[in-house]
Design a binder for this molecule. Structure first.
Ligand SMILES: NC(=O)c1ccc[n+]([C@@H]2O[C@H](COP(=O)([O-])OP(=O)(O)OC[C@H]3O[C@@H](n4cnc5c(N)ncnc54)[C@H](OP(=O)(O)O)[C@@H]3O)[C@@H](O)[C@H]2O)c1
Length: 220
């Protein structure tokens, strides 16, 4: 990334988000976040520009995006997503606002159990999705609709989707790499670091890949 950019983060209070924002802050970038409960940002609250609100509100997205170089969505609300494609509805409003404000880069984190638009999930992942992870079905359907929308209607933006495989909030297990293989079961911190790197990786643009630990890391 260029020095001193402005990054707008949705989901900064979440399990991936709270790790993610540390990276641009460490590199001297400005971080703006939309949070339903800014107090959940803890110590980071003093270092970011926090706007209180929900993606389901009638937001002034143009103001939120003013001066923004890159947008990051680390959003999830499995209960709300059971009944409604909350994230898709939001991304469909976000993308036109990004165009109006000249923000060209978008990182969206989905899950490894969400199928990419161009292929079915491997049998093993399909089995996990329909059994032990079935309470997240709505979230996966929502994330899949986001991927389809970006693929079909947003090829003018430099978007990238990370279909993360996350298992714990423990210590780092190594560096993740983009992969079309089976996903590693990664930590939230490693996914956050990987996602931050994706923002400045031109080879990742318009991909919806999973990630695996590099050789030497603890791949699942
Ligand atoms: N958790 C996993 O094991 C896992 C595994 C693989 C992939 N993923 C994917 O990674 C993405 C993020 O997951 P995560 O586990 O890091 O997130 P998370 O811990 O569930 O946090 C979700 C974030 O989204 C925010 N959010 C939800 N609804 C919102 C709304 N209406 N308005 C504003 N903010 C809202 C939450 O804010 P509040 O703090 O206000 O709730 C929180 O900051 C999801 O797409 C998920 O499918 C997760």
């Amino acid at each position: 990334m260029s020095p001193s950019e402005t990054i707008l983060v949705f989901g900064a209070t979440g399990q991936t988000g709270r790790h993610f924002i540390q990276h641009p802050l460490r590199d001297g970038h400005r971080v703006r976040v939309l949070a339903r409960t800014p107090a959940k940002l803890g110590d980071a609250r003093a270092r970011v520009e926090a706007v209180e609100g929900s993606i389901t509100d009638d937001l002034d997205l143009d103001s939120l995006l003013e001066g923004v170089d890159a947008v990051v969505c680390l959003l999830g609300d499995a209960r709300a997503q059971q009944d409604r494609k909350v994230n898709t509805e939001f991304v469909q409003r976000l993308v036109p606002a990004m165009r109006r404000q000249g923000a060209t880069r978008l990182l969206y984190q989905a899950g490894a159990l969400s199928a990419p638009p161009d292929r079915a999930l491997p049998v093993g992942l399909r089995a996990v999705r329909s059994t032990i992870a079935r309470s997240y079905l709505g979230q996966h359907r929502d994330n899949e609709a986001v991927m389809r929308y970006l693929t079909d209607e947003a090829d003018d933006l430099a978007w990238v989707v990370h279909r993360a495989g996350i298992g714990s909030d423990g210590p780092s297990k190594g560096a993740l790499e983009r992969s079309s293989r089976s996903p590693s079961i990664a930590t939230f911190g490693d996914c956050a670091a990987y996602g931050y790197g994706l923002l400045s990786d031109p080879a990742a643009v318009h991909t919806c890949d999973v990630s695996s630990y590099a050789r030497g890391g603890s791949a699942a």
